[in-house]
Every structure is written in structure tokens, then in C-alpha cells.
Write a protein that binds this ligand. Structure first.
Ligand SMILES: [Zn+2]
Length: 367
């Protein structure tokens, strides 16, 4: 029961959130700024892998202005990231690309709006519809459940048990502590949330020229959500792919399209980018992780299709679908990562696949 209620909270979080005013003596921000190429920087988060997150950000510095890929889970975090940009350049931010509508990527948008009067927000066209609807519903749930989740995490740490009732590991302790910071900060900011809607929407493709390079903003297919954008820089041969790729454990999540996900990742690889900046996790300079994700998602597709063809319901499907090979590949022996895999891959992926498959095979509503 505990795990079930946690799961509800946890997958709401696929839409993430948080905040945290930086006190004068607060520790340095939890990210490092990595130069990818001339004028291209990745802000890589250092919070430990756990159940809530902050996304990586990308700065693309053009001749006169800057393009930013993704905001943060709160205004406070976004201000820290903007301060890092200011240390690189004084040029204004002209565009913010939100790779998708999940809240950890958009809550901080207002910081850019308030700082730069001419900024435009670019997102997939369905994000414009999703933000005030499904996005608002998720935000409401996250706010309502956040306090209970924090209390539960604190109790787990104090009692020496993890969320599944097992003996807690050091990795879990560190992860929960990070989650508590994220959620508490998020909740502190929640009464003031202001959601900025996209001012420019993308159907399949939008190309910008910032005077130094072409910036291709592409929709490669449904995957982590129905509206994932990637930002490809041909000159630098680099792609920022949002949560299409998340490491060390993928984030399929409850609003994913697992049956199409592998094909979308194949489209990502067709770009042949030498550098892949994931939505969460370290910068990648080879395709092995993405290929492992493709094998996982192919396996989910094949196994869930077979289960539905056999007439199984979701509960039966969850018994017959075997992802142990991938659980081992992504999580190894880590109790914490196995829990993340269960809650961000196995449970939501089977639910979403089941939904997609049964919607497809349902007889048309006849008249
Ligand atoms: Zn996401």
C-alpha cells in the first residue's frame, strides 16, 4: 500500500517541481557548467539520482543573443542557472526552448520572462494545450501530495527503512535527502507559480539562425511525452534531447508513449550527433546508452503487444512482462536504482502501453 501511494506521488513527479532560495551561506549550486563547443554550454545537474529531479540546461550563445534549452523546477533554481549564464555572457536571452511540458523543465520560465522583455518561449504545439490542462492537474496533485511525500521520506530516513520497507542504503539516504530539498523548495514556491505559455509553437521543425550557427528544433516522434522537442546544432554536431534520454535510469513515466519510444530514439540516432545532452544525467559522447534504451523499449513494445494479444489485463501483463535483463543493466544491484526502475519504467511503461494497445484495439464507438 505504501509503495502504491508512493507511486502515485512519484509518477506525478514525472512532471517534477521545486524551489529554494539561496541563503547567503548556502552551498554552491548543485550543477557544473560544461563547455561543449565554442558558445555552447551544458549545465549538468549534480543532485543524486532519485525520485525528484532538476533538469540539465543548455546555453547556446549566438552573435547577439542566447538560446536557452529548458528552465528548472523552480524560479530559485533557475535564478542560479541564469547567474551562471551571466558569468559567461551579458547577451540577452532571446529564446527559451522547453523540450516538453513536464514541470521540472518549465516552472522557472518566468525568470527568463521577467529578465528579458523580448524573450520568446518555444515548445511543441501540443504543449500549448497540455500546460493549462494536464499540466495544471499534475501540478495540483504534486502540491497536494508533496507534504505527505516529504514526511514519508523523513520518516523513512529516521526509521532506517526505505520506501519499500527494506533496510535503507546510503544511496537511498542521499537520494531521499535530495528529494526532500527539492520538494520542500517546490512547495515553498507553489503559491506563486506562474506558468508561462509558449509564444512560438513547433509542429515538426523550426530553424533559428543566431548569427553563429543554425539551431534546429525538431519533433522526432512521441516518446517521453507526446510533445518532446530536441535541439540539434549541426555545426557543433550536438543534440540536447530533453527527457528522451535520462540516465542512469530512463524516465519513461506515466505520460509516455512506450510503443513509439524506440522508433523516436532511432530518429534521434539518425542525427548522428557526436554529443548527446540528456534531460537528466551526464553528457554522452557515444550512443551505447541510447542503444540500450532502444533495446529496453523494443522489448517493452514486443512483450506488451504479445500480452494484449493473449487477452491479458494490466495485472496479468505485469506478471508476464519480464524486464529483468534491463533492470540489471540500468540498476545493477542497487536497491535504490531498482526502485527507480520499477516506478519510472516498469509500472508506468506497462500502464501506458496497455492504455495505448487497448485504445487501439477497442471497437469504434458505434452509432
Ligand atoms: Zn520529463
Amino acid at each position: 500500500m505504501i509503495v502504491k501511494s508512493l507511486f502515485i506521488v512519484v509518477f506525478l513527479q514525472a512532471l517534477g517541481l521545486f524551489a529554494a532560495a539561496q541563503a547567503p551561506n548556502a552551498p554552491a549550486p548543485d550543477f557544473e557548467v560544461r563547455k561543449i563547443a565554442g558558445g555552447v554550454y551544458a549545465v549538468i545537474r549534480k543532485e543524486p539520482p532519485s525520485l525528484w529531479f532538476n533538469p540539465n540546461t543548455v546555453f547556446i550563445v549566438g552573435k547577439k543573443w542566447v538560446t536557452v534549452v529548458d528552465a528548472n523546477i523552480s524560479s530559485a533554481y533557475t535564478k542560479e542557472v541564469l547567474a551562471a549564464l551571466r558569468r559567461i555572457t551579458s547577451k540577452p536571452v532571446r529564446y527559451v526552448v522547453n523540450t516538453h511540458w513536464h514541470e521540472d523543465h518549465i516552472i522557472g520560465d518566468r525568470v527568463y520572462r521577467d529578465a528579458f522583455p523580448n524573450v520568446d518561449f518555444i515548445a511543441h504545439k501540443s504543449t500549448l494545450a497540455d500546460l493549462p490542462t494536464v499540466g495544471a492537474a499534475n501540478r495540483k496533485s504534486s502540491v497536494e501530495n508533496g507534504r505527505g511525500f516529504v514526511d514519508f521520506l523523513k520518516k523513512s530516513i529516521a526509521g532506517g527503512t526505505n520506501l519499500a520497507g527494506q533496510k535503507i542504503t546510503d544511496e537511498e539516504r542521499a537520494g531521499y535527502a535530495s528529494d526532500i530539498r527539492l520538494v520542500e523548495s517546490y512547495l515553498a514556491e507553489a503559491p506563486d507559480f506562474e506558468i508561462v505559455l509558449p509564444t512560438i509553437t513547433v509542429d515538426d521543425r523550426l530553424e533559428l539562425d543566431d548569427g553563429r550557427r543554425k539551431i534546429e528544433i525538431l519533433f522526432l516522434g512521441r516518446a517521453h511525452t507526446g510533445a518532446d522537442l530536441v535541439v540539434y546544432l549541426p555545426r557543433e554536431n550536438t543534440v540536447a534531447c530533453g527527457d528522451l534520454v535520462v540516465a542512469p535510469v530512463p524516465l519513461v513515466g506515466s505520460t509516455a508513449y512506450p510503443l513509439e519510444y524506440a522508433a523516436t530514439l532511432e530518429n534521434l540516432l539518425k542525427l548522428k550527433a557526436a554529443t548527446i545532452i540528456p534531460g537528466h544525467g551526464p553528457v554522452m559522447t557515444d550512443t551505447s546508452y541510447v542503444r540500450l534504451m532502444i533495446r529496453l523499449l523494443d522489448s517493452i513494445k514486443r512483450q506488451t503487444e504479445a500480452a494484449v494479444a493473449r487477452g491479458e489485463n494490466l495485472e496479468q501483463m505485469r506478471k508476464s512482462v519480464d524486464l529483468e535483463e534491463f533492470r540489471r543493466a540500468f540498476a545493477g544491484d542497487s536497491q535504490h536504482r531498482r526502485f527507480i526502475f520499477e516506478n519510472y519504467v516498469f509500472l508506468p511503461a506497462t500502464a501506458a502501453a496497455y492504455r495505448q494497445l487497448t485504445e487501439k484495439t477497442a471497437p469504434p464507438a458505434g452509432k
